[in-house]
Design a protein around this ligand. Structure first.
Ligand SMILES: Nc1ncnc2c1ncn2[C@@H]1O[C@H](COP(=O)(O)OP(=O)(O)O)[C@@H](O)[C@H]1O
Ligand SMILES: [Mg+2]
Length: 595
């Protein structure tokens, strides 16, 4: 899995390092590489200049010379080299920042777009909070890998080789060997301890996800929590998840301490051995005091990026874990896909046919079996039936949120599984049973149906949905914000916003799923008139609970136990004296009682 994600990650990232069609970014990459080279060159040169200074000063001290010209020049050069090593590194990071930010944005966008191609089933099964975190962490991981692997890890390895070469050349192979062995030990130690730490990190991530999912879910259900006085229960649930995070985070920190101590021990042992070797060599006059300084400076200087190497390796592992999660999202294959040769649906008059459609959400029991009906162009068909009988499911099938298990759904004679989802959905206006609104203004939510609609078109749609006057009476009118998921509006107001935006969409097929169920009967009958008007030239399917709202339908389907139990006009069904007639009688009695 690790290898898969590593190669996967690299193949995803490399194109962003040399982005096609972005010469500005390519120039940045090149300049950053030049800065990198300059910074490293300066870095390697610094200890040599320092050693030179020491030796020059030692000569002056012995010969009681007073001219300081040469040592001061070398000291100045030393200062400049030191400064430029840092300065070039900073310029490099500043230049590269846009490249890595650009990559992060592109990948985040890609994942986001992919999430929108996945089916409803996926989203109902997933936790939104967790999805967000996957993207969040994953993109941070990308940022890290790009900046640190390219500009820190690889250059550090090169620097190590360079320093080993200089040590070998100037002082003998034994110094290069000790350095090499120390570093090899260091890397081995880091890798093996980190492999163990990775598991802890994974637990920590999972616990974190769980805590945040629970917290989001709990806050979304704020009202429900209050209805049942269950604050303590909610705290317990969160606390449980937080406690799991607490212990894995603590374990993670403890293991980090262990790793750091082991790392420093390795480096220190290497340094001490080298300095003893240097001391012996000075006694034997093989090297100078200046050389001793050079060796010490090199080792200290190497130990810095070496410590860094450990951090980087750990971070790479972490980033890979995080990116693994994000890429697992990209690996999700959309359940509903356009057929390979799908064409745009060609709509002339909007007839609908369900031919022996069967469906089940899970593979077990069939929810719909052999549902068969057709809606002629511009007709209005009503679907009634007990709750849970599958009425809303029919709307989801027509909209192709799910594919049928058997049978065919046709719109204008075309199998909807063979046309593009985009063109199909464009031609259907849906007012769902439960309307959820964006946490934006009312205007934004209505305009969502047609972003280029004029204000007047929006007002017109709102008037038809009988919501315009209500909106105009609000202090902020159309600019009123509706709150998260639209919760600042009442059920009936939300429904009317949903109707307005379906009207604004102006589709050939309209589907109302209990779209007026939350309205009082006065408002409902007012809207009913408008809906009749709107659906005059459109094929309309209405799911209704209150039968009085659908008496005018051209055809009424009574759905029960997954099949169409009865069908016909209101009068037909009444004379059948069966299920529909019973429901009608019951509702009439209830109406008379309240009236
Ligand atoms: N996404 C889903 N996964 C599994 N079962 C579902 C899903 N959505 C609805 N159901 C079940 O399918 C049945 C029909 O649901 P629905 O079509 O919404 O009924 P209704 O006729 O009240 O609109 C219900 O028993 C419901 O629990
Ligand atoms: Mg329903």
């Amino acid at each position: 899995m690790k290898n898969r994600s590593l190669s996967r990650t690299l193949s995803v990232l490399v194109p962003y390092l040399w982005p096609v069609g972005r010469n500005d970014l390519r120039i940045r990459v090149m300049l950053a590489l030049i800065c990198l080279g300059l910074a490293k060159a300066a870095n390697v040169y610094v200890p040599l200049l320092l050693g030179q200074t020491v030796d020059d000063l030692a000569v002056i001290g012995k010969s009681s010379m007073t001219a300081l010209g040469i040592p001061i020049a070398v000291i100045l050069a030393y200062g400049f080299a030191r400064w430029s090593a840092t300065a070039f590194s900073e310029v490099r990071d500043a230049l590269f920042s846009r490249v890595s930010q650009n990559a992060t944005r592109q990948v985040a966008l890609k994942v986001f777009q992919h999430l929108h191609t996945l089916a409803l089933r996926f989203h109902l099964d997933r936790k939104t909070g967790a999805l967000n975190r996957f993207i969040d962490r994953g993109t941070k991981g990308i940022q890290f890998l790009l900046s640190f692997v390219v500009f820190n890890l690889l250059p550090t390895l090169i620097e190590i080789l360079l320093v080993c070469g200089i040590l070998w050349y100037k002082f003998g192979i034994q110094y290069a060997l000790v350095t090499g062995i120390t570093i090899a030990l260091f890397i081995w130690l880091t890798f093996s301890i980190t492999a163990w730490r990775i598991k802890i990190r994974r637990q920590m991530n999972e616990a974190d996800n769980e805590a945040s999912t629970r917290s989001v879910d709990s806050l979304l259900n704020f009202e429900t929590v209050k209805y049942f006085n269950n604050e303590a229960h909610e705290s317990n649930r969160i606390n449980h998840a937080l406690r799991a995070y607490e212990s894995s985070a603590t374990k993670s920190r403890e293991s980090l301490a262990f790793l750091n101590i082991a790392q420093v021990a390795t480096v220190t042992i290497g340094i001490v051995i080298m300095l003893i070797m240097a001391a012996v060599d000075i006694r034997d006059a093989h090297i100078t005091i200046g050389d001793f300084v050079v060796i010490n400076a090199y080792l200290l200087q190497l130990s810095l990026p070496l410590n860094f190497l450990g951090t980087i390796y750990r971070e790479i592992q972490q980033s890979l874990v995080d990116m693994e999660n994000m890429f697992s999202l990209l690996d999700e294959v959309p359940e509903i896909q356009d057929a390979p040769d799908a064409t745009n649906i060609h709509i002339s008059n909007g007839s609908i046919q369900f031919k022996d459609v069967s469906f089940s959400y899970n593979d077990n029991q069939a929810l719909l079996s052999s549902v068969d009906f057709s809606v002629k162009p511009a007709q209005t068909v009503a679907i009634v039936g007990p709750t849970g009988s599958g009425k809303s499911t029919i709307s989801r099938l027509l909209f192709r949120f799910y594919d049928v298990t058997a049978g065919i759904i046709q719109v204008d004679g075309q199998d909807i599984s063979q046309v593009t989802q985009h063109s199909l959905r464009k031609s259907i206006g849906m007012v769902p049973q439960d309307t959820v609104l964006f946490n934006e203004t009312i205007e934004y939510n209505i305009r969502y149906a047609r972003p280029d609609a004029s204000d007047e078109q929006i007002y017109e749609a709102a008037r038809k949905a009988r919501i315009h006057d209500f909106i105009m009476a609000l202090p902020d009118k159309y600019a009123t914000r509706v709150g998260e998921r639209g919760l600042k509006l009442s059920g009936g107001e939300k429904q009317r916003v949903a109707i307005a935006r379906a009207i604004l969409k102006d589709p050939i097929i309209l589907f109302f799923d209990e779209a007026t169920s939350a309205l009082d009967s006065k408002t409902e009958s007012e809207i009913q008139e408008n809906l009749k008007e709107i659906s005059k030239n459109r094929t309309t399917i209405m799911i209704a609970h209150r039968l009085s709202t659908i008496v005018h339908a051209d055809q009424i389907l009574v759905l029960q136990n997954g099949t169409i139990h009865e069908r016909g006009t209101h009068q037909d069904l009444l004379s059948l004296k069966s299920l529909y007639a019973q429901m009608w009688e019951e509702q009439k009695r209830a109406r008379n009682k309240t009236a």
